[in-house]
Ligand binder design. Structure first.
Ligand SMILES: N[C@@H](CCC(=O)N[C@@H](CS)C(=O)NCC(=O)O)C(=O)O
Length: 411
């Protein structure tokens, strides 16, 4: 924006200068012409005062041309800046049709399964595989949903430094989920899309998962800095296909969507600056990640030390940048407490145990999932001490671990 304004200003200046010069030349030529022929015409043409005085006439006509020049310059400048603006905006959306739908694999990538979660109630036959970092908040969110509804799934722990386990895919983030449908493997990227697709599928299994996934295309576009981005714009929408569940209203659907988005856009950004607040806390956090992610089992010793020590130091530095980028308070804990108090107060206002009412909804699962990613960190202990979120959190944990939402598996 600043560049466009500077360019417009420069063009206005140049144009008005050129116009002044051109106007002056035209004036001189016309002056010479009319002086030779008919002074009256010359004066009438260039002076509105009708005083047959050459110096007045010259001044006013210069003024007029100056003004004309400035307005033309401004016009050209505005046109130029509009052109520059539209020039960078026009190729913003790069997809020709509907965006890119998630990939389908004939054979699954061959990696050692880190852990198997088996829930006998799962009758979907989807044989889900989750590629994850154990303590990534987005992966924790997906696990919270899978566990709550009672899906069986395999976990493949991805090495956060070498990331060999996701070399097979162009999408370079975790979580990724593969689902076995009709003899092939449907890939799903992005935690919120995975959750929306699976929840939509559970709501109405007549729409096959491969069909549901097609409702979440990835759109490619260039952002304001000209960087290529991919985004699933409707990732928080559930595909009810006009068949809204009985216990939902338009308002509760909207509220669930907004809080899910809040979990991703606000709450998640509180974590790193808090967890990596000091070097000691960063190291403590990484040691807990290593323990809970069983890095000793999955990675070689040198890989583990590399991740723990280099990771902790790097994140301590990055945490400070993230604090600024996301406008956290100087005391970063206060921002985290504020966010959690906001969540708790909204629930108290509703007078229900969960944001979803009597039972958790996807927003409860999202907020719980995000917070569970720091459960073993000093930050989480501080959070329990300084806010009243503990009761809701442990109630959520109990519901998730007992697969309290699994009744949906049977219709
Ligand atoms: N919008 C994505 C964000 C996923 C994400 O940023 N994941 C991080 C891990 S927490 C990641 O994989 N970053 C790339 C990397 O580690 O190289 C989602 O909701 O799944």
């Amino acid at each position: 924006m600043q560049n466009a304004a500077m360019a417009a200003l420069a063009v206005v200046k140049v144009c008005s200068q050129v116009y002044r010069n051109v106007a002056f030349c035209v004036y001189r030529t016309r002056e010479a012409y009319f002086l030779g022929r008919n002074e009256f015409i010359s004066v009438r043409l260039f002076s509105t005062h009708g005083v047959p005085n050459m110096s007045n006439s010259r001044k006013s006509s210069t003024l007029m041309y100056g003004l004309l020049g400035i307005s033309m310059g401004a016009l050209v400048g505005a046109g130029y800046s509009y052109h520059k603006k539209t020039e960078t905006q026009s190729p913003a959306i790069l997809n020709k049709n509907m965006g890119t739908t998630s990939a389908v694999l004939e054979t699954p990538p061959d990696f050692q399964i880190s852990r198997k979660v088996v829930v006998p109630a799962d009758n979907t036959g989807l044989k889900l595989t989750l590629f994850q970092y154990t303590t990534c908040p987005f992966c924790c969110k997906v696990r919270a949903v899978l566990d709550y509804y009672g899906f069986s799934y395999n976990i493949i722990e991805v090495n956060p430094v070498l990331r060999q386990q996701i070399k097979w895919t162009e999408y370079k983030k975790v979580p990724i989920v593969l689902a076995h449908v009709d003899g092939v493997y449907q890939q799903m990227n992005d935690s919120s899309m995975i959750i929306s697709a699976l929840a939509s599928y559970l709501h109405d299994r007549n729409q096959g998962l491969e069909e549901v996934v097609k409702f979440y295309p990835s759109i490619s576009f260039t952002d304001d800095d000209g960087k290529l981005k991919n985004d699933i714009l409707n990732r928080y929408f559930l595909m009810y296909q006009g068949n809204i569940p009985q216990d939902k209203t338009k308002d509760t659907i909207l509220k669930e969507r907004q809080w899910r988005k809040w979990a991703d856009d606000v709450l998640v950004h509180m974590l790193s600056p808090n967890v990596y607040r000091t070097r000691e806390e960063a190291l403590q956090a990484f040691n807990w990640f290593s323990e809970v992610g069983e890095w000793e089992k999955h990675f070689s010793t040198w890989e583990r030390y590399l991740v723990v020590y280099v990771g902790a130091y790097a994140m301590w530095i990055i945490g400070k940048r993230l604090k600024k980028r996301h406008n956290l308070k100087d005391n970063v804990r206060a921002s985290l407490y504020d966010a959690c108090n906001h969540w708790m107060k909204s629930m108290a206002k509703q007078g229900t145990e969960f944001m979803g009412g009597e039972m958790p909804d996807l927003s409860d699962l999202a907020v719980y999932g995000v917070l569970s990613s720091i459960e073993g960190c000093v930050t989480f202990q501080d959070l329990l001490q300084h806010t009243s979120i503990g009761k809701w959190y442990y109630s959520m944990k109990q519901n998730v671990q007992s697969h309290a939402g699994c009744s949906i598996m049977n219709g």
